[in-house]
Design a binder for this molecule. Structure first.
Ligand SMILES: Cc1cc2nc3c(=O)[nH]c(=O)nc-3n(C[C@H](O)[C@H](O)[C@H](O)COP(=O)(O)OP(=O)(O)OC[C@H]3O[C@@H](n4cnc5c(N)ncnc54)[C@H](O)[C@@H]3O)c2cc1C
Length: 401
């Protein structure tokens, strides 16, 4: 068993039925379901010194703050929500705290609420129209391929009706702010990167969003519940995987050699009682996983939960044989953008007690230089209150990098 993250001495290759690569929510969830179904012959290999991946929590003052995942998106059919409910982490009795949003310009001028409401409603309508292309027979206007282009087209038509330049400008800034917010939701740099015909294929689970605001440490608490079920000796941290050899048992000229098990249900019959343990050990393994530290792990199956960003970087060298073409193409073509959270802590309450979020209406780059290094902060679309002295901003894309 690993103690304090230090690897045990190498006794040659270790064998388990299943090897799980990565101890983020996906890897831990796989381990949780295996354990709940009576399978404990697995090992989790995690690169970092801690588990959780993009679910990570830190203390700030007396608060514990989620640096990564925070919201549970949707209720119906959402396994994360079900898990949180089972362990009493969702408060469905207390009414949600009121959310009071204001929008302000760089000069500190506050936008009238009626205008904010009007633009928000119009924006939602423009976004909905983008989603409809996926289900309808209609084609978008010629030359309009992305969500960003389509929304801008509708925004321009909308703004053309407003004659007063100041009123028009304020609305324009509001639309720009909402588009920046959308890039954080979509995980992209610019909404022009999002395919117009496909955005409607994304379905949101019904039931609204649930956040740490209802019950602090929501995601981290959910994942702590998962961890309780997983035997600690099955987890090895500080084991970055560098090579996954799979299909070791398949004949190289087999018809199926270009395929894997990920789209199939793997059913195994229990091994014959007459088979000796020695015979079982001698059976050839189907999977071999090699770590940066030289350790080798053998197994029958591998569950790979490497994030898309890591796969983009290493999928070409990390698998032997190489992944099938359709998987490599999917890894290349899927977008994986950067989204960061920025937390600001103050000694004294910063925002007015009645306000929970301020939308930031930045003018264009002051020097017109497009210099991301200098003007990156103008991509932050809002600051929202976590506590009276702690506020949170989101930023995406090049500016976040
Ligand atoms: C700022 C931010 C906010 C978010 N907010 C939300 C939210 O509100 N709601 C929501 O549902 N989702 C949110 N997400 C997304 C959510 O966090 C992720 O979808 C989810 O945590 C991904 O889990 P995962 O197990 O697939 O990947 P990860 O959590 O990335 O886990 C992958 C694991 O693999 C490990 N690993 C990497 N390389 C190797 C290697 N070579 N060998 C071994 N291990 C390796 C990593 O260290 C990591 O532990 C947010 C993400 C971010 C970044």
């Amino acid at each position: 068993m690993e103690q304090n993250g230090n690897p045990e001495p190498d006794e040659g290759a270790r064998r388990t039925k299943i090897i799980i690569v990565g101890a983020g929510m996906a890897g831990l969830s796989a381990a949780y379901h295996l354990t709940k179904n009576g399978v404990t012959d697995y090992r989790i290999l995690e690169a970092r010194g801690h588990v959780g991946g993009r679910i990570v929590q830190i203390p700030i003052g007396s608060e514990r703050v989620e640096l990564g995942a925070n919201w549970i998106h949707g209720v119906l059919g959402n396994p994360v929500y079900e898990l949180a409910m089972q362990h009493g982490l969702v408060d469905i009795v207390s009414p949600p705290k009121p959310h009071k949003v204001v929008a302000a310009t760089e000069q500190g001028k506050q936008v009238p609420f009626a205008m904010l409401h009007e633009i928000y409603e119009a924006y939602l309508c423009f976004l909905k129209r983008c989603e409809e292309y996926f289900v309808s027979q209609y084609l978008p206007p010629e030359g309009i391929d992305s969500v960003g282009e389509h929304i801008k087209l509708e925004v321009n038509l909308y703004l053309d009706k407003i004659k007063d330049p100041a009123e028009r400008h304020m609305r324009e800034l509001l639309f720009e702010c909402l588009l920046k917010r959308e890039t954080c939701i979509s995980g992209c740099d610019d909404m022009n990167e999002i395919d117009l015909l496909e955005i409607g294929s994304y379905t949101e689970l019904q039931g609204g969003q649930h956040s740490a605001a209802e019950r602090v440490q929501f995601h981290s608490r959910t994942f702590e519940e998962v961890m309780e079920v997983i035997p600690s000796e099955n987890l090895l941290t500080r084991h970055p995987v560098k090579l996954i050899k799979w299909n070791c048992n398949r004949k190289s000229n087999s018809e199926d050699s270009d395929s894997d098990d990920s789209d199939r249900t793997v059913i195994e019959s229990p091994s014959s009682s007459r088979e000796s343990s020695c015979e079982k050990t001698l059976k050839r393994h189907n999977v071999e996983v090699i770590c940066d530290n030289g350790k080798r792990f053998l197994g029958d199956h591998v569950i790979c939960t490497l994030p898309l960003g890591v796969l983009k970087h290493c999928a070409g060298s990390a698998f032997q044989p190489a992944l099938p073409d359709y998987k490599r193409e999917a890894i290349d073509r899927l977008l994986f953008g950067t989204v960061d959270k920025i937390l600001l802590e103050y000694d004294r309450p910063f925002l007015h007690p009645g306000i929970t979020e301020v939308l930031l209406l930045w003018e264009g780059d002051p020097d017109g230089s497009d210099d991301v290094g200098k003007n990156w902060y103008r991509k932050i679309y809002s600051f929202a209150k976590i506590t009276e002295t702690l506020i949170l901003g989101w930023i995406s894309g090049k500016e976040a990098e």
